[in-house]
Design a binder for this molecule. Structure first.
Ligand SMILES: *Cc1c(COP(=O)(O)O)cnc(C)c1O
Length: 401
C-alpha cells in the first residue's frame, strides 16, 4: 500500500485506513493482516537464530520468540505509530499496564516524578503499592494552577500528564508544560486515551511518550483490554524495551487484530461521538438541575481555548454537576436511565453513566464543588433517544429529592 501519490501526501484518515495492511498477493491475499498466533518462532539453522536474537537485542523489531509477536503485532504497531506520529509502539495487556510499564521503565530508587492530579485514578495505586516500595517519590500537582518550574527537583525524571483529565476534563497546556520539563531534561509522558490519538497528537506538541488505553476508543466495541505506549526516540524505545521484556509483557494476536479493526473506523466513530456528545452537553446546560457541564468543546468550558488550539475534536465523555442534588438523588438519576448502562470503562459504541466518587473529585486540587457529579459516555445511539432518556431520568431524580 502506498502512503503517497506522486508529489502528494495522503490525509491522515486515508493513511490510518490502510496502515499496516498486507502487501497485495494477487488472488491469494486478504485485505486484512491475518491473525498470526504462535509461541514458537522457528529458524533454518542456529546461525539464523543467533542472528535474529542479536538483531532483537540491538533494538530491531524482529521476533525470536512468540512473546515478541509476529505480523499482526507489527501491523498494529505500525498503524499506531502512524496515528501518534512517534518512533516505536509497545503493546500491553491493558491501559493500566501501559502506564505501569512507563513508570517502571523510567523511574529508579531515589527518583522523583511529578504527576498531574487529574490522572486516571488507579495510577495512584501503582504509586502506593509498587513505586513507594521501590523508593520512588511521586508528587501530585495541579498543572492548570501550579508553577511547574518551582516543583522540579534535581532528581525529577518524569512529568506525567493526562489531558483532558479524567472525570472533569481539565485541558492542560501541553506545549508549555513540556517545554519547561524538557528544558530541565525531564521526560514527558501523557495519557492520550480521551482523544483516541485521532483528535490530539501529544508527540507533536512536546511530549516524549503517549499512552493510550486501546480498551477505549481504539477498540470501540467494548470487547477488548489493551494498552499502547508510543515513544518519540530510539533512546526511549531502548528503555521501554528493557522493562517490557523484563516484565514479560505481550498481547495475543487476536487482540492485536481487534485493535487494528477498531482503528479503521476510529475517525468516523469519533466524529459521531462528538456530534452526539455536543447535543447532550448542550441539553444538559439547559437543565435547571445542572449547575456545570464539563466538556471542552463547549465555549463556556474553562479549557475551551486550549482545546481549540491543541485538539481537532472532542470525544463522547461529558460530566456534569448537579445543582442541589444529594448523592441519593444523583444515584436515583443514574438508576433511572434506560439507554445508558451503568459501568466503568467507556469508548465503546454504547452509552454509559457513572456516579463519580467524591474522593476521586477531591483528588483534582482545583475541584471546590460539593454536589454530586455524573460522568456520561455518550455512545452512537440516536442523540434524540439519549436526550429523551436523560429527560425522564432527571424527572425521576427530582422525585427522589
Ligand atoms: C481506562 C483508562 C485507562 C486504563 O485502561 P484499562 O485498559 O482499563 O486498564 C488509562 N487511562 C485512562 C485515561 C483511562 O480512561
Amino acid at each position: 500500500m502506498t502512503t503517497s501519490f506522486p508529489g502528494k501526501r495522503l490525509h491522515s484518515a486515508t493513511r490510518l485506513l490502510h496502515a499496516g495492511a498486507p502487501a497485495l498477493r494477487e488472488g491469494a491475499g486478504p485485505v486484512n493482516v491475518p491473525v498470526v498466533r504462535t509461541s514458537t518462532v522457528r529458524f533454518e539453522n542456529t546461525a539464523a537464530q543467533a542472528d535474529h536474537h542479536h538483531r532483537r537485542t540491538a533494538g530491531e523489531r524482529v521476533a525470536s520468540y512468540g512473546r515478541h509477536g509476529l505480523d499482526t503485532h507489527r501491523a498494529l504497531e505500525d498503524a499506531v505509530v502512524g496515528l501518534e506520529g512517534g518512533h516505536r509502539a509497545f503493546l500491553t495487556p491493558s491501559g493500566l499496564s501501559a502506564i505501569t510499564l512507563v513508570l517502571l521503565a523510567l523511574l529508579s530508587p531515589g527518583d522523583h516524578a511529578l504527576v498531574a492530579d487529574g490522572v486516571y485514578a488507579p495510577l495512584r495505586r501503582v504509586d502506593s503499592t509498587l513505586l513507594q516500595r521501590l523508593g520512588i517519590t511521586v508528587e501530585y500537582f495541579s498543572p492548570t494552577h501550579d508553577d511547574l518550574a518551582s516543583r522540579l527537583r534535581p532528581n525529577t525524571r518524569l512529568l506525567y500528564l493526562e489531558s483532558p483529565s479524567s472525570l472533569l476534563y481539565e485541558v492542560l497546556d501541553l506545549p508549555a508544560l513540556s517545554a519547561v520539563a524538557r528544558d530541565r531534561g525531564v521526560t514527558v509522558a501523557t495519557d492520550n486515551t480521551w482523544s483516541g490519538g485521532w483528535f490530539h497528537q501529544p508527540l507533536a506538541l512536546g511530549a516524549n511518550i503517549s499512552i493510550q488505553a486501546a480498551t477505549k476508543y481504539i477498540s470501540g466495541h467494548s470487547d477488548l483490554m489493551q494498552g499502547i505506549v508510543v515513544v518519540d526516540s530510539p533512546a526511549l524505545a531502548a528503555k521501554l524495551s528493557t522493562a517490557y521484556e523484563a516484565l514479560g509483557l505481550t498481547i495475543g494476536a487476536d487482540d492485536a487484530y481487534l485493535a487494528l479493526r477498531g482503528l479503521r473506523t476510529l475517525p468516523v466513530r469519533l466524529a459521531q461521538h462528538q456530534r452526539n456528545a455536543t447535543a447532550v452537553a448542550e441539553f444538559l446546560q439547559q437543565q435547571p438541575q445542572v449547575s456545570r457541564v464539563f466538556y471542552p468543546a463547549l465555549p463556556t468550558d474553562p479549557g475551551h481555548t486550549l482545546w481549540k488550539r491543541d485538539f481537532s475534536g472532542a470525544s463522547g465523555l461529558v460530566s456534569f454537576e448537579f445543582r442541589h442534588a444529594t448523592p441519593a438523588a444523583a444515584n436515583a438519576f443514574v438508576d433511572a436511565l434506560r439507554l445508558f448502562g451503568i459501568g466503568a470503562s467507556w469508548g465503546g459504541y454504547e452509552s454509559l453513566a457513572l456516579a463519580a466518587q467524591p474522593e476521586r473529585l477531591r483528588e483534582h486540587r482545583q475541584w471546590t464543588g460539593d454536589a454530586p457529579v455524573v460522568r456520561l459516555h455518550v455512545g452512537l445511539e440516536d442523540p434524540q433517544d439519549l436526550i429523551a432518556d436523560l429527560s425522564q431520568a432527571f424527572a425521576a431524580g427530582a422525585r427522589a429529592l
